[in-house]
Design a protein around this ligand. Structure first.
Ligand SMILES: NC(=O)C1=CN([C@@H]2O[C@H](COP(=O)(O)OP(=O)(O)OC[C@H]3O[C@@H](n4cnc5c(N)ncnc54)[C@H](O)[C@@H]3O)[C@@H](O)[C@H]2O)C=CC1
Ligand SMILES: CC1=C(/C=C/C(C)=C/C=C/C(C)=C/C=C/C=C(C)/C=C/C=C(C)/C=C/C=C(\C)C(=O)O)C(C)(C)CCC1
Length: 514
């Protein structure tokens, strides 16, 4: 019997205390101490040590909330977040440096620069599934950028959220970071304040509530959501590597990963070969099965367990292996279901569990068509050794990320932004991108008085001569007008002498431009 999140009682912050917490963060931000890059670095280091000094306590908390294997907690959350602290610690001087605007001779006298300034007091609302990476991860960039941070972690991962709330006051300056524990009442109260930025990670349902509330205070908001991330299989893939990586991506955190491979699109004639490879890999990963295994986690709570089980119970596909569930242990075995049709229960929503539907298709065009008929996913995976196949899938679809021959690693790859598109989210973060998310690019210049000797044409009384001079000063010189032939190659209309032409071969179809 696992110790589920229900066994860890979280002491929620009193709603009445939140005004005081918010005010103290505003005061902390205005104190100006975070203007010092050196102080930001000290806080970043404190954050890294908050994790490093408490690795075993975090591992225990993850085990309580999610049955998370120790290696998964270390590799996916703790080490990668500590590494992100170090990247920010090393990079923040360079990231925060005022930038010169690109050189343009006409504007150089203004000495235009971009100041990298914090947005103020920012709010991070995080989910249960990666409760360190999605909470402390964004906090790193927010602090590096000089913001004060209020974190509202998930109440579902109560052991980890409780531990973060206990450790933050011990390691972090209360002017810089505060944690509010709780659920809807606390989150609703928090959303009543104006924020420098809100970063929300979680479900699309709650994202709509967050965005609507943010609109009332005109707080900028980024939403990191989920969705069904497809995997397109080419029969010319490296079969065993593909099977190993996909099954790993599906079993890590018991499938509760927003960028987990959600379902597989496989050529019909290759389905059985691919399924057999998954079965072989499963037996290699878990020679004694997954029930009671310390290498496999459990579902976060009874609600999510029932949701996934219900989807599985209603599938019309054929269970190849797995299928076993145990409510008391919140256990769902890694399950591969083959011959799944597109209208199946398993294709109706993000699975967020260790169940992998295999959908046979005639060819890659059918796979692309299916992906495009649905919401843009957070991640799209292709397994192929054929460059043309990969390019065809990537070039004809849209998704948060486009990954060939691996899964999940895009999260941790320095230099890559992480974020969705459309229903899978908006905004990007990850290391330098997190710094950018929480940074206001403040346009700045200093115009010298002597400029008026050559630039006074902007002042009244206006004359045609002044207008001509100003046009020259702006340096407006367009390249040659696009020819009707070049536009029609793309099926576009051209505008010539005030007339829009849809059929360039005949002047009869011209319509007057607005
Ligand atoms: N794109 C990304 O980076 C990630 C996306 N996700 C997505 O998150 C989802 C699972 O996370 P859950 O914790 O179940 O999400 P959730 O939406 O239930 O909860 C997320 C957070 O929102 C808070 N919340 C709940 N009701 C609220 C309300 N009315 N107003 C304001 N805040 C409220 C919760 O307390 C929690 O802190 C999945 O869809 C997954 O794909 C998860 C991790 C990363
Ligand atoms: C060992 C030496 C060498 C070789 C080094 C190599 C080949 C290193 C390769 C490292 C790799 C592939 C690291 C991958 C890391 C992936 C991580 C940490 C993934 C993290 C995923 C996360 C956090 C997912 C989060 C998901 C969320 C939030 C969600 O979906 O909900 C050399 C360099 C060759 C020589 C020296 C020794």
């Amino acid at each position: 019997m696992p110790s589920s999140s229900a066994t860890v009682k979280l002491e929620y912050t009193l709603v009445d205390e939140i005004d005081k917490i918010y005010a103290s963060l505003c005061h902390g931000f205005r104190s100006g101490k975070l203007k010092s890059i050196a102080y930001r670095k000290l806080q970043l280091l404190q954050l890294a040590y908050l994790l490093q000094d408490n690795i075993q306590r975090f591992k225990d908390a993850f085990a309580a909330d999610l049955g998370r294997p120790s290696l998964e907690t270390a590799f996916l959350e703790l080490d990668s977040t500590i590494s992100d602290c170090k990247i920010a610690y090393d990079g923040v001087e360079k990231w925060a440096k005022t930038e010169k605007a690109p050189f343009r001779i006409n504007f150089t006298a203004f000495n235009p620069v971009i100041r990298k300034e914090p947005k103020g007091v920012v709010l991070i609302i995080s989910p249960f599934n990666y409760p360190v990476w999605t909470a402390i991860g964004p906090m790193i960039g927010a602090i590096a950028a000089g913001n004060s941070v209020l974190l509202k972690p998930s109440e579902l991962s109560s052991a980890v959220s409780g531990l973060i709330a206990e450790l933050v006051p011990k390691y972090m300056d209360p002017d810089v970071v505060r944690v509010v524990l709780g659920a809807v009442p606390q989150a609703t109260k928090l959303l009543q304040y104006p924020w420098g930025h809100i970063l929300y990670t979680g479900s699309a349902r709650v994202a709509k509530i967050v965005c609507a509330a943010a609109a009332l205070t005109l707080s900028p908001v980024s939403v990191e959501l989920g969705g069904k991330s497809p995997v397109v299989i080419d029969s010319k893939c490296d079969l065993m590597t593909a099977a190993r990586r996909i099954l790993w991506g599906k079993c890590v955190n018991a499938g509760q990963t927003c960028i987990a491979p959600d379902y597989i699109l496989v050529p019909k004639e290759f389905e059985d070969t691919f399924v057999q490879a998954l079965k072989d890999v499963h037996d290699e990963f878990y020679p004694n099965g997954t029930k009671g295994s310390s290498d496999f986690g459990h579902i976060v709570n009874a609600g999510h367990f029932a949701r996934i089980k219900n989807l599985l119970d209603n599938t019309q596909g054929e269970i190849v292996f797995g299928g076993e569930t145990n409510e008391a242990q919140l256990y769902i075995a890694p399950t591969v279901v083959k011959s799944v049709q597109k209208g199946d229960s398993l294709m109706s929503e993000e699975l967020f569990g260790p169940v992998l539907p295999i959908v046979p298709v005639d060819n890659v065009d059918e796979a692309i068509e299916y992906i495009n008929a649905n919401d843009h996913p957070l991640a799209l995976y292709v397994f192929s050794q054929d460059a043309a196949f990969k390019a065809k899938v990537f070039d004809n679809t849209q998704s948060g990320s486009a990954i060939a021959n691996d899964v999940l690693v895009q999260c941790a790859t320095d230099g890559l932004p992480f974020g969705g598109i459309g229903p899978s989210g908006s905004g990007y973060y990850g290391r330098k991108y997190t710094f950018d998310l929480f940074t206001h690019l403040r346009a700045s210049l200093d115009s010298p008085s002597w400029l008026d000797r050559i630039f006074k044409s902007r002042y009244p009384p206006y004359t045609t001569k002044k207008e001509e001079f100003l046009r020259t000063a702006l340096g407006v010189r367009l390249p040659a007008r696009p020819s009707p032939a070049s536009l029609s190659r793309y099926g576009a209309a051209s505008v010539t002498n005030g007339y829009a032409s849809h059929d360039v071969s005949t002047s009869r179809s011209r319509t007057t431009a607005l």
